[in-house]
Design a protein around this ligand. Structure first.
Ligand SMILES: NC(=O)c1ccc[n+]([C@@H]2O[C@H](COP(=O)([O-])OP(=O)(O)OC[C@H]3O[C@@H](n4cnc5c(N)ncnc54)[C@H](OP(=O)(O)O)[C@@H]3O)[C@@H](O)[C@H]2O)c1
Length: 210
């Protein structure tokens, strides 16, 4: 599958490497595709990953993954331009500075805002509710971590569930995009547990079933 990862930070790097190793064609959509930082990043990931301006990466992709700060999401979506019919994976959390909390929530969410900014895309919220280290490796001795995904387009959600499952997660359908109102506070809980309460980043959530 052709995947554009918009944003080459912690999340972008964690997922791009794994998908590229699995044989997907991964292109980072970045603001400076030819700078030294990007060259070093591509060299460290290898596996045929490329970098291109956001517009070109998104245009060529089947799936566009938005891995930028929420405050940059509207601008990054604008840079993508032709997202008509494309799957847009929203990894963002509307974090306040210093991880002090969420800037929106309860009756709104980043997921819904992004769906509003990209009305022609099929938006799926995924890969927001755990740390980037867990995205690179979701396997724990007991079991793989769960990753909740939500969205309004069943086919898009199925495709994203497949890609997230390939990363090694136990994928759980959390319902329509409105469920972002629940998934984003779940991310905040993980952040508090990991960073404020001293548990570190090697922790995660798993949905148990019987
Ligand atoms: N880190 C985590 O563990 C984690 C976990 C779950 C969800 N998230 C969420 O995932 C998103 C990304 O987090 P991160 O930790 O990967 O962030 P990060 O390490 O700060 O990286 C952000 C990336 O976004 C790029 N960017 C910023 N503004 C942009 C724009 N207008 N157009 C295109 N690219 C732009 C930056 O590029 P430049 O180098 O050009 O600035 C950078 O590559 C955030 O919304 C975060 O809340 C993070």
């Amino acid at each position: 599958m052709k995947i554009a990862v918009v944003g080459a930070g912690r999340v972008g790097q964690a997922i791009a490497g794994s998908w590229a190793r699995l044989g997907h064609s991964v292109t980072f959509g970045v603001r400076h595709p030819h700078d030294e930082k990007t060259h070093q990043l591509l060299a460290s990931i290898g596996q045929g990953t490329r970098a291109a301006p956001v517009h070109d990466a998104a245009k060529a992709a089947d799936v566009v993954v938005l891995a930028v700060p929420f405050g940059a999401a509207e601008e990054a979506i604008g840079a993508c331009k032709g997202l008509k019919g494309k799957i847009l994976v929203d990894c963002t959390n509307p974090l306040l500075p210093e991880r002090a909390g969420l800037s929106i929530g309860h009756d709104r969410s980043a997921g819904e805002a992004i769906a509003g900014w990209a009305p022609q895309a099929r938006v799926v919220k995924a890969l927001n509710m755990t740390g980037a280290k867990n995205m690179a490796n979701p396997k724990y001795p007991e079991a793989a971590l769960s990753m909740l995904v939500c969205g309004d387009d069943a086919d898009a959600k199925r495709v994203v569930a497949g890609l997230v499952g390939e990363l090694g997660f136990d994928v759980v359908d959390a319902g329509p995009i409105e469920a972002s109102r629940l998934l984003e506070p779940l991310a905040m809980l993980w952040i508090n547990l990991a960073f404020k309460l001293g548990n570190g980043q090697d922790i995660g959530f798993r949905l148990l079933r019987r």
